[in-house]
Design a protein around this ligand. Structure first.
Ligand code: DC
Length: 227
């Protein structure tokens, strides 16, 4: 596996993808790609500019003029719009729901897919999302599919929100995630599903360290086989 290898991590929200992807990217000196952040950026900006994402002409006009700057390396993935970093703004429950809705629009998926492939050109990447191993990088050397039970995923998400001072209760978070899972799994274009050949890891009772070690063991194994 060389410097330009691609590792993908797919799975539902709260399964531990971001933590694992960042840790793996750091361990391997690869760049980290957060595809969800791009869907969230489109959701945030179309909400702000009141663009109707179902109106394809309006969406084309939006994309003609939407040029976020992406700063990414092994430590993080940052989106800057009009020169300003948007981070917490992208993580609110409202933007989470809107991102799942805009992600069902083929034009939006084409924009995000092109953007990710462009960012991955000539470098090693760890890419996380819902269709990384199935659609965006089907050629990836190693594919992971992470899952965890709903209550665990909701508790992780709530803890993240609370550390960012976005207050929300566990039941509300479970409802939000269940709605998003349903939307992400049942949409017609690139629905969330496990890629063929992916290594499945249920992270429900695993620590981030354990998930990272399990993934690294699989990657080392693949490395040994491919030389
Ligand atoms: O990973 P996340 O929670 O930041 O993703 C936000 C939403 O974006 C998610 O509900 C569905 C969508 N998404 C997608 O459809 N495909 C991806 N590869 C990544 C995210």
């Amino acid at each position: 596996m060389g410097r330009q290898s691609i590792i993908t991590i797919d799975g539902p929200a709260g399964a531990g993808k971001s933590t694992a992807a960042k840790r793996l990217a750091r361990a391997m000196g690869f760049h980290y790609l957060d595809s969800g952040a791009l869907y969230r950026a489109v959701a945030w900006e179309t909400l702000r500019r009141r663009v109707d994402v179902q109106d394809s002409a309006a969406l084309s006009a939006f994309f003609a003029d939407f040029k976020p700057h992406i700063a990414f390396d092994e430590a993080g993935f940052r989106v800057l719009i009009d020169g300003r970093e948007v981070a917490q703004e992208l993580r609110t429950p409202e933007v989470s729901q809107a991102s799942s809705r805009v992600a069902a629009v083929p034009q939006v998926r084409r924009w995000v897919t092109a953007c990710l492939r462009n960012l991955a050109r000539n470098r090693g990447v760890v890419a996380e999302g819902r269709d990384m191993g199935t659609v965006v990088f089907p050629e990836a050397e190693v594919k992971f599919f992470l899952t965890a039970d709903l209550a665990t995923r909701a508790a992780r998400r709530r803890d993240e929100w609370q550390s960012g001072q976005i207050g929300i209760d566990l039941e509300g978070t479970m409802r939000e995630l269940a709605t998003r899972d349903r939307q992400d799994e049942t949409r017609t274009v690139s629905p969330l599903k496990a890629p063929v050949g992916a290594i499945h890891i249920d992270t429900t009772s695993m620590t981030p360290e354990e998930v990272t070690s399990a993934c690294l063991a699989v990657i080392r194994d693949a490395l040994a086989r491919t030389g």
